[in-house]
Design a protein around this ligand. Structure first.
Ligand SMILES: Cc1ncc(COP(=O)(O)O)c(C=O)c1O
Length: 440
């Protein structure tokens, strides 16, 4: 309901000054609890879309419709995303907890001493490092201390910092999963690493192949392999740690990008908890809150945090402090956990809706991977030529990423479902099916 109201205001279907029904009336009309309506109105008011006036109820705010309209002297517009955007890995940005973030920022601003506004600690604000150490221990079984946590600008920068440290040590041969997220390979290489591809099968990275790969470090996604969506099998987890302990200085980089988002069972705990001295655990708020925040972290093996902080100092000096304090505040309140709980429930329903729509409209397609995270991999009955498919998708305003980039034909697609409400998922899949039929 909140989303529908927000969309109606943004699209101008509700105009500035329009009066909304009372919360009691709307709750009765929609058959939902009044509390839900009160919360939705409060959220949209905090976003500046609605205005609550004593005595005259709730109205659409005067500047709300104009807020999204281009203004003179406005920044250049970003190319619009397709209407049915299955881009993997993006959470529902309309569900960002704006009110809670606003409260957390306000608390941070009003309680931070003036000294907090000095140049930041390149390892991260002490408050956030402590909050992360506690949160990661509780939610993912990570064994760390605030001193070993380094705050970064997202997981991407975490990889950049790790690669720079490894390169400085002369140990920068980094094994990566094949397939993997291509930009991460580019980031590692740009930071001085040499990457070596190691295949992934239904049990995760092939640790026997890793053993023969002459690597100093390995980047893995054990909880939910990206993109294939499988979990690293228990015996491979053990083999990975054995590999790391077999030679001095070897490092496992655990990218736990969506480890809190599992829908069919409790998430498997992080690998790091079994061997904190061998694993650099990497995470970020990109899936749980929003990628735009650019806040990530590394729970580093003892001793590594200082080297990572030195690299960070050389790059840009550290993360903006007020955002770090706000995140510490959010983690310390119930708001972060609540956000995860809501995201789990919403994503589970959306994944189910996507799978059902695929079964109806793309017969023969096989959905693979765990019920987790924000994406699925869909294996097609037969490969489709990539260029005609891209054109057919674009014509239908559908955004889809093939499993393997830059190939002439596509036998599998990676579909992100978290950002699309159920009706849009169904329509998007109908359009995808039409595009596949046209390109076949
Ligand atoms: C495999 C993987 N790791 C990590 C991330 C998060 O990256 P960042 O924190 O830089 O936004 C993503 C986001 O798409 C991802 O797909």
């Amino acid at each position: 309901m909140e989303e529908a109201l927000r969309a109606a205001v943004r699209a101008g279907r509700l105009e500035p000054g329009d009066r909304l029904p009372s919360t009691r009336t709307l709750a009765r009309d929609l058959g939902v609890s009044r509390r839900l309506v009160v919360e939705a109105y409060a959220q949209l008011t905090s976003e500046g879309l609605l205005e609550a006036r004593q005595g005259s109820g709730t109205r659409v705010a005067a500047r709300s419709a104009a807020a999204d309209a281009p203004r003179r002297g406005a920044a250049p517009a970003r190319p619009a995303r397709p209407a049915y955007d299955f881009f993997p890995g993006v959470p529902d940005l309309t569900a960002f907890p704006r009110a809670a973030w606003q409260r957390a920022l306000r608390t941070a601003l009003s309680t931070a001493p003036a000294s907090a506004l000095h140049y930041p600690d390149p390892a991260g604000a002490p408050e956030l490092r402590a909050a992360l150490a506690a949160h990661l221990a509780r939610s993912r079984g990570v064994e760390t201390t605030p001193q070993d946590v380094v705050v970064t600008a997202g997981a991407r920068q975490a990889l950049q910092l790790l690669a720079r440290v490894l390169a400085r040590r002369g140990q920068a041969r980094v094994a990566v999963e094949d397939p993997t997220l291509p930009p991460h390979v580019h980031v590692l290489r740009a930071a001085g690493a040499r990457t070596i591809r190691v295949p992934v099968d239904a049990d995760g990275i092939d640790t026997a192949r890793l053993a023969g790969a002459a690597a100093d470090a390995v980047l893995v996604t054990p909880a939910h392999q990206f993109p294939l969506g499988v979990a690293l099998a228990p015996e491979r987890r053990t083999a990975l740690l054995e590999w790391a302990s077999a030679a001095p200085g070897r490092l496992v980089i655990e990218d736990d990008y969506d480890g809190e988002l599992r829908y069919d069972r409790r998430p498997v705990r992080a690998l790091q908890g079994r061997a904190p001295e061998l694993v650099a655990y990497v995470g970020s708020v990109s899936k749980a809150l929003a990628p735009a925040l650019r806040i990530g972290w590394i729970a580093a093996p003892p001793g590594l945090a200082a080297e990572l902080a030195r690299e960070r100092e050389l790059l840009d000096g550290g993360n903006p402090v007020l955002d770090q304090l706000a995140l510490a505040e959010l983690l310390g309140s119930a708001a972060y956990d609540r956000q995860i709980r809501l995201a789990r429930r919403r994503n589970r329903a959306r994944r189910d809706a996507l799978v059902a729509a695929l079964a109806t409209h793309v017969p023969g397609a096989r959905v693979t991977g765990l019920a987790a995270g924000l994406h699925v991999v869909v294996r097609l009955r037969r490969p489709v030529a990539a260029a005609p498919l891209a054109a057919a998708l674009a014509a239908r305003e559908v955004g889809v990423v093939p499993l393997l980039w830059e190939r002439e034909s596509t036998a599998a697609l990676v579909l992100g479902y978290a950002a699309l409400p159920e009706p849009a998922l169904a329509e998007g899949v109908r359009r995808l099916a039409a595009a596949l039929a046209e390109a076949a």
